[in-house]
Design a protein around this ligand. Structure first.
Ligand SMILES: [Zn+2]
Length: 575
Protein backbone atom coordinates (compact mmCIF):
# COMPACT_ATOMS: atom_id res chain seq x y z
CA UNK A 1 0.00 0.00 0.00
CA UNK A 2 1.53 3.26 -1.06
CA UNK A 3 -0.65 6.29 -0.49
CA UNK A 4 2.20 8.74 -0.77
CA UNK A 5 2.17 11.20 -3.67
CA UNK A 6 5.72 10.10 -4.55
CA UNK A 7 6.94 6.54 -5.14
CA UNK A 8 9.86 4.61 -3.68
CA UNK A 9 12.78 7.01 -4.00
CA UNK A 10 16.33 5.63 -4.11
CA UNK A 11 18.62 6.36 -1.16
CA UNK A 12 21.12 9.11 -1.98
CA UNK A 13 23.93 6.83 -0.74
CA UNK A 14 23.54 3.04 -0.86
CA UNK A 15 23.14 1.57 2.62
CA UNK A 16 26.26 0.05 4.15
CA UNK A 17 25.12 -0.60 7.69
CA UNK A 18 21.34 -0.87 7.74
CA UNK A 19 20.21 -4.05 5.90
CA UNK A 20 18.29 -3.56 2.65
CA UNK A 21 15.60 -5.95 3.82
CA UNK A 22 14.36 -4.61 7.13
CA UNK A 23 11.00 -3.43 8.40
CA UNK A 24 11.79 -0.09 10.05
CA UNK A 25 8.39 -0.06 11.71
CA UNK A 26 9.21 -3.18 13.71
CA UNK A 27 11.29 -2.51 16.82
CA UNK A 28 12.60 -6.11 17.22
CA UNK A 29 14.27 -5.73 13.83
CA UNK A 30 15.73 -2.30 14.67
CA UNK A 31 17.03 -3.02 18.18
CA UNK A 32 19.97 -5.23 17.06
CA UNK A 33 21.36 -2.33 15.02
CA UNK A 34 21.61 -0.18 18.15
CA UNK A 35 23.17 -3.20 19.90
CA UNK A 36 25.77 -3.54 17.16
CA UNK A 37 26.74 0.13 17.43
CA UNK A 38 27.00 -0.12 21.24
CA UNK A 39 29.23 -3.20 21.07
CA UNK A 40 31.39 -1.99 18.23
CA UNK A 41 32.18 1.25 20.06
CA UNK A 42 34.29 -0.67 22.57
CA UNK A 43 36.66 -1.94 19.89
CA UNK A 44 37.17 1.32 18.04
CA UNK A 45 40.77 2.32 17.70
CA UNK A 46 41.69 5.54 15.96
CA UNK A 47 39.77 8.55 14.71
CA UNK A 48 38.95 7.04 11.30
CA UNK A 49 37.15 4.11 12.90
CA UNK A 50 35.20 6.45 15.19
CA UNK A 51 34.23 8.57 12.18
CA UNK A 52 32.95 5.48 10.38
CA UNK A 53 30.98 4.56 13.49
CA UNK A 54 29.39 8.03 13.44
CA UNK A 55 28.52 7.62 9.77
CA UNK A 56 26.86 4.24 10.39
CA UNK A 57 24.88 5.80 13.23
CA UNK A 58 23.95 8.62 10.82
CA UNK A 59 22.75 6.06 8.28
CA UNK A 60 20.53 4.44 10.89
CA UNK A 61 19.17 7.84 11.97
CA UNK A 62 18.38 8.78 8.38
CA UNK A 63 16.61 5.47 7.71
CA UNK A 64 14.48 5.82 10.86
CA UNK A 65 13.81 9.48 10.17
CA UNK A 66 12.62 8.72 6.63
CA UNK A 67 10.37 5.92 7.88
CA UNK A 68 8.83 8.31 10.39
CA UNK A 69 8.41 11.07 7.76
CA UNK A 70 6.78 8.73 5.23
CA UNK A 71 4.22 7.62 7.78
CA UNK A 72 3.58 11.21 8.90
CA UNK A 73 3.19 12.48 5.33
CA UNK A 74 0.81 9.64 4.42
CA UNK A 75 -1.26 10.37 7.53
CA UNK A 76 -1.55 14.12 6.85
CA UNK A 77 -2.44 13.50 3.19
CA UNK A 78 -5.13 10.92 4.11
CA UNK A 79 -6.59 11.71 7.53
CA UNK A 80 -9.65 9.61 6.60
CA UNK A 81 -7.69 6.39 5.99
CA UNK A 82 -7.67 4.12 9.05
CA UNK A 83 -4.73 1.95 7.91
CA UNK A 84 -2.52 4.95 7.34
CA UNK A 85 -3.42 6.35 10.74
CA UNK A 86 -2.68 3.01 12.38
CA UNK A 87 0.72 2.78 10.72
CA UNK A 88 1.60 6.29 11.91
CA UNK A 89 0.43 5.70 15.48
CA UNK A 90 2.24 2.37 15.63
CA UNK A 91 5.52 4.14 14.93
CA UNK A 92 4.85 6.95 17.40
CA UNK A 93 3.70 4.65 20.20
CA UNK A 94 5.83 1.54 19.75
CA UNK A 95 9.00 2.52 17.93
CA UNK A 96 9.89 6.09 18.88
CA UNK A 97 9.80 5.55 22.68
CA UNK A 98 12.18 2.59 22.21
CA UNK A 99 14.54 4.60 20.02
CA UNK A 100 14.93 7.51 22.45
CA UNK A 101 16.84 5.79 25.30
CA UNK A 102 19.02 3.88 22.84
CA UNK A 103 19.97 7.13 21.08
CA UNK A 104 20.87 8.62 24.43
CA UNK A 105 22.99 5.55 25.26
CA UNK A 106 24.95 6.08 22.02
CA UNK A 107 25.40 9.75 22.84
CA UNK A 108 26.87 8.84 26.23
CA UNK A 109 29.18 6.28 24.64
CA UNK A 110 30.37 8.93 22.19
CA UNK A 111 31.00 11.58 24.86
CA UNK A 112 32.98 9.14 27.01
CA UNK A 113 34.89 7.65 24.08
CA UNK A 114 38.69 7.78 24.40
CA UNK A 115 39.09 8.42 20.64
CA UNK A 116 36.75 11.43 20.63
CA UNK A 117 39.57 13.91 21.21
CA UNK A 118 41.32 12.67 18.07
CA UNK A 119 38.52 13.59 15.67
CA UNK A 120 39.30 16.53 13.34
CA UNK A 121 38.47 19.57 15.51
CA UNK A 122 36.99 21.94 12.94
CA UNK A 123 34.83 19.25 11.34
CA UNK A 124 33.32 17.90 14.57
CA UNK A 125 33.25 21.06 16.70
CA UNK A 126 29.49 21.67 16.48
CA UNK A 127 28.44 18.03 16.63
CA UNK A 128 30.69 17.39 19.60
CA UNK A 129 29.50 20.50 21.44
CA UNK A 130 25.83 19.64 20.95
CA UNK A 131 26.04 15.96 21.93
CA UNK A 132 28.12 16.78 25.00
CA UNK A 133 25.63 19.47 26.00
CA UNK A 134 22.71 17.07 25.66
CA UNK A 135 24.39 14.41 27.78
CA UNK A 136 25.51 16.89 30.45
CA UNK A 137 22.02 18.33 30.93
CA UNK A 138 20.34 14.99 31.48
CA UNK A 139 19.08 14.27 35.01
CA UNK A 140 17.13 11.07 35.71
CA UNK A 141 15.03 12.94 38.30
CA UNK A 142 13.82 15.31 35.55
CA UNK A 143 12.25 12.57 33.42
CA UNK A 144 9.11 12.44 35.58
CA UNK A 145 8.92 16.23 35.80
CA UNK A 146 9.12 16.50 32.03
CA UNK A 147 6.23 14.07 31.71
CA UNK A 148 4.24 16.31 34.09
CA UNK A 149 5.19 19.32 31.98
CA UNK A 150 3.98 17.59 28.81
CA UNK A 151 0.68 16.73 30.50
CA UNK A 152 0.13 20.35 31.55
CA UNK A 153 0.96 21.49 28.03
CA UNK A 154 -1.66 19.10 26.74
CA UNK A 155 -4.19 20.47 29.26
CA UNK A 156 -3.55 23.95 27.94
CA UNK A 157 -4.03 22.77 24.36
CA UNK A 158 -7.25 21.02 25.28
CA UNK A 159 -8.55 24.13 27.03
CA UNK A 160 -7.76 26.37 24.05
CA UNK A 161 -8.93 23.80 21.49
CA UNK A 162 -12.33 23.55 23.18
CA UNK A 163 -12.97 27.29 22.94
CA UNK A 164 -15.88 27.97 20.60
CA UNK A 165 -18.40 30.78 20.35
CA UNK A 166 -21.92 31.13 19.12
CA UNK A 167 -21.74 33.92 16.57
CA UNK A 168 -24.87 35.14 14.83
CA UNK A 169 -26.59 31.80 15.28
CA UNK A 170 -23.66 29.53 14.39
CA UNK A 171 -21.09 27.71 16.49
CA UNK A 172 -17.57 28.72 15.40
CA UNK A 173 -14.04 27.95 16.50
CA UNK A 174 -11.87 30.95 17.33
CA UNK A 175 -9.74 30.19 14.29
CA UNK A 176 -12.83 30.39 12.10
CA UNK A 177 -13.70 33.72 13.73
CA UNK A 178 -10.45 35.20 12.41
CA UNK A 179 -11.88 35.85 8.96
CA UNK A 180 -14.48 38.32 10.32
CA UNK A 181 -11.64 40.66 11.29
CA UNK A 182 -11.01 41.12 7.57
CA UNK A 183 -14.60 42.22 6.87
CA UNK A 184 -15.11 45.83 5.71
CA UNK A 185 -18.22 46.14 7.96
CA UNK A 186 -16.76 47.67 11.13
CA UNK A 187 -19.68 46.81 13.43
CA UNK A 188 -19.38 43.17 12.37
CA UNK A 189 -15.65 43.21 13.08
CA UNK A 190 -16.17 44.70 16.53
CA UNK A 191 -18.87 42.17 17.36
CA UNK A 192 -16.60 39.30 16.26
CA UNK A 193 -13.58 40.63 18.16
CA UNK A 194 -15.58 41.18 21.38
CA UNK A 195 -17.18 37.74 21.16
CA UNK A 196 -13.77 36.08 20.88
CA UNK A 197 -12.12 38.21 23.56
CA UNK A 198 -14.97 37.54 26.01
CA UNK A 199 -14.72 33.80 25.37
CA UNK A 200 -10.97 33.84 26.00
CA UNK A 201 -11.41 35.78 29.21
CA UNK A 202 -13.70 33.05 30.57
CA UNK A 203 -10.71 30.68 30.70
CA UNK A 204 -8.26 33.25 32.06
CA UNK A 205 -8.10 31.78 35.57
CA UNK A 206 -7.59 28.27 34.25
CA UNK A 207 -4.75 29.50 32.03
CA UNK A 208 -3.12 31.22 35.00
CA UNK A 209 -3.40 28.06 37.11
CA UNK A 210 -1.81 25.88 34.44
CA UNK A 211 0.91 28.45 33.96
CA UNK A 212 1.73 28.71 37.68
CA UNK A 213 2.22 24.96 37.76
CA UNK A 214 4.37 25.07 34.64
CA UNK A 215 6.63 27.72 36.20
CA UNK A 216 7.08 25.61 39.35
CA UNK A 217 7.93 22.50 37.35
CA UNK A 218 10.33 24.30 35.07
CA UNK A 219 12.09 25.99 37.97
CA UNK A 220 12.55 22.59 39.63
CA UNK A 221 13.88 21.06 36.39
CA UNK A 222 16.42 23.86 36.11
CA UNK A 223 17.55 23.55 39.74
CA UNK A 224 17.93 19.78 39.40
CA UNK A 225 20.26 20.42 36.48
CA UNK A 226 22.31 22.85 38.56
CA UNK A 227 20.99 26.16 37.21
CA UNK A 228 19.89 29.15 39.22
CA UNK A 229 16.79 29.73 37.10
CA UNK A 230 14.88 28.21 34.20
CA UNK A 231 15.92 30.97 31.83
CA UNK A 232 19.58 30.01 32.10
CA UNK A 233 18.70 26.32 31.78
CA UNK A 234 16.57 26.98 28.67
CA UNK A 235 19.43 28.83 26.99
CA UNK A 236 21.71 25.82 27.48
CA UNK A 237 19.04 23.31 26.56
CA UNK A 238 18.44 25.16 23.30
CA UNK A 239 22.20 25.11 22.68
CA UNK A 240 22.32 28.89 22.57
CA UNK A 241 26.08 29.04 22.68
CA UNK A 242 26.33 32.04 20.38
CA UNK A 243 24.08 34.55 22.13
CA UNK A 244 23.20 35.45 25.70
CA UNK A 245 20.24 36.91 27.62
CA UNK A 246 22.15 40.21 27.45
CA UNK A 247 22.03 40.07 23.62
CA UNK A 248 18.28 39.49 23.82
CA UNK A 249 17.85 42.57 26.03
CA UNK A 250 19.83 44.52 23.47
CA UNK A 251 17.46 43.20 20.80
CA UNK A 252 14.41 44.33 22.82
CA UNK A 253 15.92 47.82 23.25
CA UNK A 254 16.67 48.06 19.55
CA UNK A 255 13.11 47.02 18.66
CA UNK A 256 11.75 49.69 20.98
CA UNK A 257 13.98 52.39 19.56
CA UNK A 258 14.16 51.51 15.87
CA UNK A 259 11.01 49.54 15.05
CA UNK A 260 8.17 50.63 17.35
CA UNK A 261 8.14 54.16 15.79
CA UNK A 262 7.87 52.57 12.33
CA UNK A 263 4.96 50.42 13.48
CA UNK A 264 3.21 53.49 14.90
CA UNK A 265 3.65 55.23 11.58
CA UNK A 266 2.14 52.28 9.70
CA UNK A 267 -0.78 52.20 12.13
CA UNK A 268 -1.39 55.94 11.81
CA UNK A 269 -1.40 55.50 8.08
CA UNK A 270 -3.99 52.74 8.43
CA UNK A 271 -6.09 54.95 10.69
CA UNK A 272 -6.06 57.75 8.09
CA UNK A 273 -6.94 55.41 5.25
CA UNK A 274 -9.81 53.89 7.21
CA UNK A 275 -10.88 57.46 8.15
CA UNK A 276 -11.03 56.64 11.85
CA UNK A 277 -10.56 58.79 14.94
CA UNK A 278 -9.02 55.94 16.85
CA UNK A 279 -7.62 52.59 15.82
CA UNK A 280 -9.30 49.81 17.79
CA UNK A 281 -8.17 46.18 18.14
CA UNK A 282 -10.70 45.06 15.50
CA UNK A 283 -9.29 47.44 12.87
CA UNK A 284 -5.93 45.76 12.36
CA UNK A 285 -6.57 42.97 9.85
CA UNK A 286 -8.99 44.58 7.38
CA UNK A 287 -7.63 45.96 4.11
CA UNK A 288 -7.12 49.69 4.83
CA UNK A 289 -8.85 50.57 1.53
CA UNK A 290 -11.65 48.04 2.02
CA UNK A 291 -10.70 46.17 -1.14
CA UNK A 292 -11.62 42.54 -1.80
CA UNK A 293 -8.88 39.97 -1.09
CA UNK A 294 -6.23 39.45 -3.79
CA UNK A 295 -6.74 36.44 -6.07
CA UNK A 296 -3.31 35.25 -7.17
CA UNK A 297 -4.41 32.08 -9.01
CA UNK A 298 -7.38 29.88 -9.81
CA UNK A 299 -6.05 26.38 -9.34
CA UNK A 300 -2.95 24.94 -7.73
CA UNK A 301 -1.26 24.04 -11.03
CA UNK A 302 -1.17 27.75 -11.84
CA UNK A 303 0.34 28.57 -8.46
CA UNK A 304 3.12 26.05 -9.08
CA UNK A 305 3.91 27.12 -12.65
CA UNK A 306 3.99 30.81 -11.69
CA UNK A 307 6.17 30.11 -8.66
CA UNK A 308 8.45 28.17 -11.00
CA UNK A 309 8.74 31.32 -13.12
CA UNK A 310 9.70 33.32 -10.03
CA UNK A 311 12.55 30.91 -9.35
CA UNK A 312 13.54 31.06 -13.03
CA UNK A 313 14.02 34.82 -12.55
CA UNK A 314 15.93 34.35 -9.32
CA UNK A 315 18.50 31.66 -9.97
CA UNK A 316 18.96 28.76 -12.43
CA UNK A 317 20.00 26.26 -9.73
CA UNK A 318 17.02 27.00 -7.47
CA UNK A 319 14.78 26.83 -10.55
CA UNK A 320 16.12 23.34 -11.33
CA UNK A 321 15.60 22.27 -7.71
CA UNK A 322 11.97 23.35 -7.72
CA UNK A 323 11.43 21.67 -11.10
CA UNK A 324 12.85 18.44 -9.64
CA UNK A 325 10.36 18.56 -6.78
CA UNK A 326 7.53 18.67 -9.32
CA UNK A 327 9.00 15.84 -11.39
CA UNK A 328 9.37 13.61 -8.33
CA UNK A 329 5.88 14.54 -7.04
CA UNK A 330 7.28 16.04 -3.84
CA UNK A 331 4.49 18.61 -3.59
CA UNK A 332 0.99 18.11 -2.18
CA UNK A 333 -0.46 21.60 -2.19
CA UNK A 334 -4.18 21.65 -2.85
CA UNK A 335 -6.80 21.80 -0.13
CA UNK A 336 -9.09 18.78 -0.31
CA UNK A 337 -11.23 16.64 1.95
CA UNK A 338 -9.25 14.23 4.11
CA UNK A 339 -6.13 16.38 4.40
CA UNK A 340 -4.70 17.68 7.68
CA UNK A 341 -4.76 21.49 8.06
CA UNK A 342 -1.75 23.77 7.74
CA UNK A 343 1.49 23.54 5.83
CA UNK A 344 4.96 22.13 6.43
CA UNK A 345 8.17 21.08 4.76
CA UNK A 346 9.54 17.65 5.54
CA UNK A 347 12.66 15.84 4.38
CA UNK A 348 13.04 12.22 3.29
CA UNK A 349 16.36 11.71 4.99
CA UNK A 350 17.67 8.70 3.06
CA UNK A 351 16.65 9.90 -0.40
CA UNK A 352 17.74 13.35 0.85
CA UNK A 353 14.90 15.13 -0.92
CA UNK A 354 12.36 17.60 0.48
CA UNK A 355 8.57 17.41 0.46
CA UNK A 356 6.11 20.30 0.78
CA UNK A 357 2.58 20.00 2.19
CA UNK A 358 0.03 22.82 2.01
CA UNK A 359 -3.67 23.60 1.83
CA UNK A 360 -3.82 26.28 -0.85
CA UNK A 361 -7.20 27.92 -1.43
CA UNK A 362 -6.24 30.78 -3.74
CA UNK A 363 -5.04 33.53 -1.39
CA UNK A 364 -1.89 35.65 -1.38
CA UNK A 365 -1.01 33.89 1.87
CA UNK A 366 -0.65 30.66 -0.15
CA UNK A 367 1.90 32.25 -2.45
CA UNK A 368 3.92 33.41 0.57
CA UNK A 369 3.67 30.00 2.21
CA UNK A 370 4.91 28.22 -0.91
CA UNK A 371 7.88 30.61 -1.22
CA UNK A 372 8.62 30.10 2.48
CA UNK A 373 8.47 26.29 2.38
CA UNK A 374 10.46 26.26 -0.87
CA UNK A 375 13.21 28.12 1.03
CA UNK A 376 13.26 25.27 3.57
CA UNK A 377 13.25 22.75 0.71
CA UNK A 378 16.24 24.48 -0.96
CA UNK A 379 18.05 24.19 2.37
CA UNK A 380 17.48 20.41 2.40
CA UNK A 381 18.59 20.08 -1.22
CA UNK A 382 21.73 22.13 -0.54
CA UNK A 383 22.95 19.66 2.11
CA UNK A 384 22.39 16.47 0.06
CA UNK A 385 26.07 15.55 -0.05
CA UNK A 386 26.65 15.97 3.69
CA UNK A 387 26.97 12.47 5.17
CA UNK A 388 26.73 13.35 8.85
CA UNK A 389 23.00 13.26 9.56
CA UNK A 390 23.16 15.92 12.29
CA UNK A 391 24.71 18.43 9.87
CA UNK A 392 21.94 18.11 7.28
CA UNK A 393 19.79 20.23 9.61
CA UNK A 394 20.63 23.74 10.84
CA UNK A 395 19.54 25.53 14.04
CA UNK A 396 16.08 27.11 13.76
CA UNK A 397 17.58 30.64 13.91
CA UNK A 398 19.15 29.91 10.54
CA UNK A 399 16.56 27.56 9.00
CA UNK A 400 14.13 30.44 9.05
CA UNK A 401 16.65 32.70 7.32
CA UNK A 402 16.51 30.25 4.41
CA UNK A 403 12.71 30.40 4.26
CA UNK A 404 12.04 34.03 5.17
CA UNK A 405 14.66 35.25 2.68
CA UNK A 406 12.85 33.34 -0.05
CA UNK A 407 9.60 35.17 0.76
CA UNK A 408 11.33 38.53 0.34
CA UNK A 409 13.37 37.56 -2.74
CA UNK A 410 10.43 35.82 -4.42
CA UNK A 411 8.09 38.75 -3.74
CA UNK A 412 10.24 40.87 -6.07
CA UNK A 413 8.67 38.91 -8.96
CA UNK A 414 5.01 38.87 -7.87
CA UNK A 415 4.12 40.28 -11.29
CA UNK A 416 4.01 36.62 -12.33
CA UNK A 417 0.75 36.56 -10.35
CA UNK A 418 -0.62 40.08 -10.55
CA UNK A 419 -0.78 43.35 -12.46
CA UNK A 420 1.74 45.86 -11.05
CA UNK A 421 -0.63 47.66 -8.66
CA UNK A 422 -1.80 44.43 -7.03
CA UNK A 423 1.74 43.08 -6.78
CA UNK A 424 2.64 46.23 -4.87
CA UNK A 425 -0.34 45.82 -2.60
CA UNK A 426 0.84 42.29 -1.72
CA UNK A 427 4.41 43.48 -1.13
CA UNK A 428 3.20 46.29 1.10
CA UNK A 429 1.14 43.95 3.28
CA UNK A 430 4.09 41.54 3.51
CA UNK A 431 6.64 44.19 4.53
CA UNK A 432 4.25 45.75 7.04
CA UNK A 433 3.68 42.28 8.49
CA UNK A 434 7.43 41.77 8.94
CA UNK A 435 7.90 45.12 10.68
CA UNK A 436 4.79 44.61 12.83
CA UNK A 437 5.98 41.22 14.06
CA UNK A 438 9.08 42.50 15.90
CA UNK A 439 7.35 44.36 18.78
CA UNK A 440 5.18 41.34 19.61
CA UNK A 441 8.25 39.12 19.44
CA UNK A 442 9.95 41.47 21.92
CA UNK A 443 6.96 41.34 24.29
CA UNK A 444 6.81 37.53 24.23
CA UNK A 445 10.55 37.18 24.77
CA UNK A 446 11.03 39.91 27.39
CA UNK A 447 7.99 38.69 29.32
CA UNK A 448 9.48 35.21 29.64
CA UNK A 449 12.84 36.60 30.76
CA UNK A 450 10.96 38.44 33.51
CA UNK A 451 8.83 35.43 34.50
CA UNK A 452 11.64 32.95 34.97
CA UNK A 453 14.02 35.34 36.70
CA UNK A 454 11.37 36.42 39.23
CA UNK A 455 10.67 33.20 41.13
CA UNK A 456 7.76 33.32 43.56
CA UNK A 457 6.08 36.29 41.84
CA UNK A 458 2.33 36.77 42.29
CA UNK A 459 -0.22 36.83 39.49
CA UNK A 460 -0.73 40.54 40.08
CA UNK A 461 3.00 41.19 39.68
CA UNK A 462 3.04 39.12 36.50
CA UNK A 463 0.13 41.10 35.12
CA UNK A 464 1.86 44.38 35.90
CA UNK A 465 5.06 43.19 34.23
CA UNK A 466 3.13 42.22 31.11
CA UNK A 467 1.25 45.49 30.91
CA UNK A 468 4.47 47.41 31.24
CA UNK A 469 5.82 45.53 28.20
CA UNK A 470 2.59 46.08 26.27
CA UNK A 471 2.96 49.82 26.87
CA UNK A 472 6.63 49.77 25.94
CA UNK A 473 6.14 47.87 22.65
CA UNK A 474 2.52 48.70 21.94
CA UNK A 475 1.35 50.79 19.04
CA UNK A 476 -1.44 53.26 18.44
CA UNK A 477 -4.26 50.86 19.27
CA UNK A 478 -6.90 52.02 21.74
CA UNK A 479 -8.01 49.24 24.13
CA UNK A 480 -10.11 51.37 26.47
CA UNK A 481 -13.03 49.40 27.84
CA UNK A 482 -11.13 46.15 27.18
CA UNK A 483 -8.34 46.45 29.76
CA UNK A 484 -8.77 42.96 31.22
CA UNK A 485 -8.68 41.39 27.78
CA UNK A 486 -5.49 43.24 26.95
CA UNK A 487 -3.89 42.26 30.27
CA UNK A 488 -4.43 38.56 29.50
CA UNK A 489 -3.78 38.65 25.77
CA UNK A 490 -0.64 36.54 26.21
CA UNK A 491 -2.81 33.53 27.07
CA UNK A 492 -3.35 32.83 23.39
CA UNK A 493 0.40 32.72 22.57
CA UNK A 494 0.94 28.98 22.82
CA UNK A 495 4.74 29.22 22.75
CA UNK A 496 4.71 30.77 26.23
CA UNK A 497 2.92 27.69 27.55
CA UNK A 498 4.28 24.89 25.40
CA UNK A 499 7.63 25.98 23.95
CA UNK A 500 9.16 28.29 26.56
CA UNK A 501 11.70 30.80 25.20
CA UNK A 502 11.13 29.58 21.66
CA UNK A 503 10.20 32.80 19.87
CA UNK A 504 13.17 35.14 19.67
CA UNK A 505 14.49 32.76 17.00
CA UNK A 506 11.96 34.15 14.52
CA UNK A 507 13.14 37.68 15.22
CA UNK A 508 16.79 36.71 14.80
CA UNK A 509 16.02 34.89 11.54
CA UNK A 510 13.97 37.78 10.19
CA UNK A 511 16.95 40.08 10.74
CA UNK A 512 19.02 37.64 8.66
CA UNK A 513 16.39 37.50 5.94
CA UNK A 514 16.15 41.30 5.76
CA UNK A 515 19.94 41.44 5.38
CA UNK A 516 19.87 38.89 2.53
CA UNK A 517 17.17 41.00 0.88
CA UNK A 518 19.17 44.22 1.40
CA UNK A 519 22.25 42.52 -0.09
CA UNK A 520 20.25 41.45 -3.13
CA UNK A 521 19.16 45.05 -3.70
CA UNK A 522 22.84 45.94 -3.98
CA UNK A 523 24.06 42.86 -5.90
CA UNK A 524 21.50 40.20 -6.72
CA UNK A 525 23.92 37.57 -8.07
CA UNK A 526 26.32 37.83 -5.14
CA UNK A 527 23.50 37.79 -2.58
CA UNK A 528 22.00 34.65 -4.13
CA UNK A 529 25.44 33.04 -4.31
CA UNK A 530 26.09 33.73 -0.62
CA UNK A 531 22.60 32.52 0.28
CA UNK A 532 23.19 29.20 -1.47
CA UNK A 533 26.66 28.79 0.03
CA UNK A 534 25.31 29.33 3.53
CA UNK A 535 22.50 26.82 2.98
CA UNK A 536 25.01 24.19 1.86
CA UNK A 537 26.75 24.43 5.25
CA UNK A 538 23.68 22.88 6.89
CA UNK A 539 24.33 22.72 10.62
CA UNK A 540 28.07 22.12 10.33
CA UNK A 541 29.14 25.55 11.62
CA UNK A 542 28.07 27.78 14.57
CA UNK A 543 25.38 30.40 13.94
CA UNK A 544 27.67 33.43 13.47
CA UNK A 545 29.49 31.57 10.69
CA UNK A 546 26.25 30.52 8.98
CA UNK A 547 25.08 34.13 9.04
CA UNK A 548 28.46 35.37 7.81
CA UNK A 549 28.40 32.91 4.90
CA UNK A 550 24.99 34.31 3.92
CA UNK A 551 26.50 37.81 3.94
CA UNK A 552 24.81 38.77 7.23
CA UNK A 553 25.88 39.94 10.65
CA UNK A 554 24.79 37.83 13.61
CA UNK A 555 23.87 40.86 15.70
CA UNK A 556 20.57 42.12 17.04
CA UNK A 557 21.52 45.66 17.99
CA UNK A 558 20.26 49.04 16.83
CA UNK A 559 23.19 49.50 14.43
CA UNK A 560 22.19 46.32 12.56
CA UNK A 561 18.47 46.98 12.65
CA UNK A 562 18.40 50.68 11.68
CA UNK A 563 19.49 50.37 8.02
CA UNK A 564 17.12 47.41 7.51
CA UNK A 565 14.12 49.33 8.78
CA UNK A 566 15.18 52.34 6.73
CA UNK A 567 15.32 50.17 3.61
CA UNK A 568 11.91 48.68 4.37
CA UNK A 569 10.55 52.21 4.89
CA UNK A 570 12.00 53.42 1.59
CA UNK A 571 10.58 50.42 -0.25
CA UNK A 572 7.17 50.89 1.39
CA UNK A 573 7.03 54.49 0.16
CA UNK A 574 7.51 53.25 -3.41
CA UNK A 575 4.55 50.87 -3.17
ZN1 LIG B 1 9.58 28.05 8.44
Amino acid sequence: MNLLPFGKLPAHRPRKFVPEKINLGDWPQIAPLFGQLENRAQQINGAAALEQWLLDWSELNAALDEESSRRYIAMTCHTDNADVEKAYLHFVENVEPQIKPRQFALEKIYVAHPQREKLPKQRFQVFDRDVKNHVELFRPENVGLETEEAKLSQQYQKLIGAQTVNFRGEEKTLVQMGRYLEEPDRALRQDAWETVARRRLQDADKCEEIFDELINLRTQIARNAGFENYRDYAFRQKARFDYTPENCFQFHDAVEKEIVPAVREIQNDRKRQLKLEKLRPWDLAVDPQNRAPLKPFGEVGEMVSRTQKIFNHLDPELATNFRQMQDLKLLDLDNRKGKAPGGYQSTLSEARVPFIFMNAIGLQRDVETLLHEAGHAFHAQATRDEDLYAYRGAPIEFCEVASMSMELLGNEFLEEFYPAAEANRARKAHLEGIIGFFPWMAVVDAFQHWIYTHPGHTRAERKAAYLQLMDRFGGEVDYSGYEEMRAHSWHRQLHIFIHPFYYVEYGIAQLGALQVWANSKADKVKALGDYKKSLALGGSRPLPELFAAAGCKFQFDAATIRPLIELAGTELKKL
